[in-house]
Design a protein around this ligand. Structure first.
Ligand SMILES: NC(=O)c1ccc[n+]([C@@H]2O[C@H](COP(=O)([O-])OP(=O)(O)OC[C@H]3O[C@@H](n4cnc5c(N)ncnc54)[C@H](OP(=O)(O)O)[C@@H]3O)[C@@H](O)[C@H]2O)c1
Length: 320
């Protein structure tokens, strides 16, 4: 066709068409995100796990930091879902009490191993204790927050080595011990507890945030290595759960009880290599992602966090 017969497009027409295409693409992406988000709203409809899912991975679950808080809730919930549980934690009496409760409530076997994960000498004993067990699930849950209230790096307690051992080394060592027996069986589930504060560089919780960022990266990279071998590795990044670590904050819209959080997050284990663990935290993560990092890093916000957030947190602390 002769060029002069084509309708001539002006610069304005081009701009209009370009903006229409970009707008369409943005709407399409938003729609896909909304549809994908539905899985957290209707987990049982979207991808219901069969009753036998957890026992099909192996007979035993291993949970670190299992004497209280989220670890105790994971131990209970995994036993309810048909697994025997090895609980590893620091205080023997607490472990014995919780183990007896779980055995009585669920009829599953529970084994306990006492270990303080701030020490690097505990792994030989743990490996011995796990010998001969077919482990289907590992929950790398143990972690410490050495400054429950926000504070600047130089004002925080000087126990960085303990924090690194407990929050980082524990996850890598436990994974080493257990993944090597999951690999030949070509099945297993490893849940690594990070934190919402580990998904961005969070000032005033600098060491904790950095240690949890390690867990996110470690977990996602490992999943890429072992996905093809049939092993699910997922990082769980909660925002607020009422446990001893958070001074038993009053549960509410965002702060969940450990039992609520764990039961919901175990329904999400096939939802990808990173989850926030419950619907409320998934929504919160979406909202926080819209806020540019410079806002979190501004001096003004940090001052406000140091004063207002500290007194807000103190008001919500409860006795266990
Ligand atoms: N709670 C939250 O809001 C929240 C939010 C984001 C991420 N997380 C992460 O979720 C995980 C569990 O948190 P949580 O709030 O349940 O923790 P928690 O309440 O402080 O701890 C629960 C258990 O961990 C054990 N533990 C602590 N330090 C230990 C050590 N060095 N060696 C062995 N066991 C140790 C405690 O032992 P004892 O029985 O001796 O006290 C207790 O049984 C952590 O990795 C945490 O960073 C929690």
């Amino acid at each position: 066709m002769h060029a002069s017969l084509l309708p001539s497009l002006t610069m304005e027409d081009y701009q209009h068409q370009l903006l229409t295409v970009i707008g369409g693409l943005i709407c399409f992406c938003a729609l896909v995100k909304c549809i994908r988000f539905m899985k957290y709203v209707f987990p049982h409809t979207w991808s219901a796990l069969p009753q036998a899912f957890f026992p099909s991975l192996g007979e035993w679950a291993v949970v670190t930091g299992a004497g209280d808080g989220l670890g105790k809730a994971y131990s209970f919930e995994l036993a309810k879902r048909g697994l025997n549980v090895v609980m590893i934690s620091r205080t023997l009496e607490k472990l014995q009490r919780v183990a007896a409760d779980i055995e009585q409530a669920t009829g599953q076997k529970v084994k306990i191993i006492q270990a303080d994960f701030t020490k690097n000498s505990v792994y030989e004993n743990i490996e011995k204790g796990l010998q001969g067990l077919e482990i289907g699930v590992l929950v790398n849950n143990v972690g410490m927050l050495h400054n429950p209230l926000p504070c600047r790096f130089l004002n925080a307690p000087d126990i960085d080595e303990n924090l690194v051992n407990c929050n980082i080394i524990s996850a890598t060592k436990m994974t080493q011990i257990i993944l090597k027996q999951m690999e030949p069986r070509q099945k297993g589930l490893i849940l690594n507890l990070s934190s919402g504060l580990g998904t961005f560089p969070c000032p005033l919780y600098t060491m904790y945030s950095a240690s949890k960022a390690f867990i996110c990266t470690f977990s996602k990279a490992l999943q890429a290595e072992y996905r093809a071998k049939g092993i699910i590795i997922q990082v769980v990044a909660p925002y607020g759960v009422s446990t001893p670590m958070t001074m038993h904050q009053k549960p509410g819209l965002i702060t969940k009880t450990a039992e609520e959080f764990v039961s919901e997050s175990l329904d999400y284990v096939t939802f990808g290599d990173e989850i926030f663990g419950c619907l409320a935290h998934e929504i919160l993560a979406c909202v926080l992602r819209l806020i540019p990092l410079w806002v979190f890093h501004s001096d003004r916000l940090q001052e406000a966090v140091l004063h207002l957030f500290t007194s807000y947190l103190k008001k919500r602390w409860r006795k266990p």
